[in-house]
Design a protein around this ligand. Structure first.
Ligand code: GAP
Length: 450
């Protein structure tokens, strides 16, 4: 079962401390969110899972953490200065401003008036000044995607790691877009994080690598708990392809508000390395690039066996962290009616994503012996490095179970008087609610195995 509607998720996220509207006490900043104590854990767990699958589990991908502030030259040659815009329309009647595709039958989505301006391009990049003097020339952008600094670091990484084609560079980090109409909770926001891989391949081998990454990314999302029935692959039509793409497959997820893109996997051809290279005329570049007289590097690869030098093609799986969180929360959300007629809300998160891995609950809030034993157990389990372990000392076991069901904690341990005698405690499973008596050694073995 998934959530029935977005309101369930929004309310749970606020109530339990996953996600808050940014600057809320001053009325909020639209399209910007803050991630609370549980949100930051879920986000970190999702990003770690991606990083592990992209870098640690492979031998052909390196990591990068490049700057957010980006030289305008980078975003000129990437095409963003010219093309990264949405067509904007104003309603003369109610002064509403919206993307032209939101006008149905040429009418304002807010008031229904047909008195609209012609669409005009609105660039989505945030611009800022670098240094103390604002003379109009020393501006930079907050990056609209993490990809570009991967391309500009291509040579640095190639030279410092002795990688050969095919290989990839992966990065997770913030991206900023001044979306005309942010909305649908954290689905379309102005500040978000991307998990992007740029995988460099020999021209001619790009189609097979594209297919490889589409399948790989699809199964990774399934491993995060996304159900196959809500995740579909969509071949993007030629007319809808980005200026750099030869082919793109979008992974489309059935969010509570509708089916929309979770991740895109694009064949970016030799557009990016070709665009950012000097001496472009010395190489065969298949993509249409603008002449670059400002770069001081050739972003090429020389095959040591054939001695051939060429501009690699790029396959790019690009996923949004927030959209991933929304999909995962949606999948995990469950409401059950218990035998006693009461309702139980639970997040059936995969344990590796759960913000809290184990909750240790003393039976008596004020019993010094029980509480100090519980603290000891908490410390021991925390030492296993499995993620966050909490001491839940409310003195109300039922309430603690309800809370941890709702935030997706897979295991609760209750410490009682017997624990002091025989070093065992009650382990309660989130999904089945089954309880068993277990000692610390057995628990540690179970955790190490999982
Ligand atoms: N480098 C390619 C690129 O940025 P994109 O389709 O514009 O491609 C990739 O973005 C992913 O980033 C999307 O599939 C989505 O998950 C996420 N994303 C893009 N814009 C977003 C926004 N305004 N809010 C939240 N996530 C966004």
């Amino acid at each position: 079962m998934a959530s029935k509607n977005m309101e369930d998720l929004v309310s749970l996220c606020k109530r339990r401390g996953f996600i808050f509207q940014s600057s809320e006490i001053y009325g909020g900043l639209q399209g910007i969110y803050d991630y609370g104590p549980l949100g930051v854990e879920l986000k970190n767990n999702l990003k770690s899972s991606w990083w592990k699958s992209m870098i640690y589990d492979r031998d052909d991908v390196e990591g990068l953490d490049a700057s957010i502030l980006t030289s305008r030259h980078v975003l000129k040659y990437s095409g963003h200065e010219d093309t990264f815009s949405d067509p904007l329309v104003d309603c003369r009647n109610c002064k509403n401003r919206f993307r032209s595709d939101q006008a149905t039958d040429g009418k304002c989505p807010a008031c229904g008036s047909s008195d609209l301006t012609e669409p005009r391009p609105f660039n989505l990049m945030f611009k800022t000044t670098v240094g103390p003097v604002d003379d109009g020339s020393n501006y930079a952008y907050l990056r609209p995607e993490t990809a570009q600094q991967i391309f500009t670091n291509f040579k640095n990484i190639l030279d410092s790691t002795s990688k050969t084609i095919p290989f990839g560079i992966a990065q997770i980090g913030k991206a900023f877009r001044n979306e005309v109409t942010p909305g649908k909770f954290i689905f379309r926001v102005r500040e978000f994080e991307q998990m992007e891989l740029e995988f460099f391949v020999e021209p001619g081998k790009d189609d097979e690598w594209h297919k490889y990454w589409v399948d790989k990314r699809y199964s990774w999302w399934i491993d995060q708990g996304i159900s196959e029935k809500r995740l579909k692959k969509l071949d993007v039509e030629d007319a809808d392809l980005s200026h750099y793409s030869k082919a793109t497959v979008d992974l489309m997820y059935e969010f509570p508000h509708g089916v929309e893109e979770l991740e895109g996997i694009a064949n970016r051809t030799d557009f990016d390395l070709g665009s950012h290279s000097k001496n472009q005329e010395d190489y065969q570049i298949d993509a249409k690039v603008i002449k670059n007289n400002e770069s001081n590097e050739k972003l090429v690869f020389t095959d040591s066996e054939t001695n051939e030098t060429y501009i690699p093609y790029v396959i790019e799986p690009s996923a949004g962290v927030e959209r991933g969180m929304l999909a995962i929360l949606n999948e995990a959300y469950n409401e059950e009616v218990l035998e006693n007629g009461k309702k139980r809300t639970l997040l059936k998160l995969k344990p590796h994503l759960s913000p809290v891995k184990v909750a240790v609950i003393p039976l008596k809030k004020n019993d010094e012996k029980i509480v100090s034993y519980a603290k000891e157990i908490k410390k021991k389990i925390q030492g296993l490095n499995i993620g966050r372990v909490v001491l839940e000392n409310t003195g109300n076991i039922g309430k603690s179970y309800r809370k941890h069901d709702e935030i997706g904690t897979p295991v609760c341990l209750t410490i009682d008087f017997d624990s002091l005698e025989n070093n065992s405690f009650t382990k309660r499973d989130r999904d089945t609610m089954k309880q068993e008596r277990i000692d610390i050694e057995t628990l540690i073995k179970q955790i190490n195995k999982s």
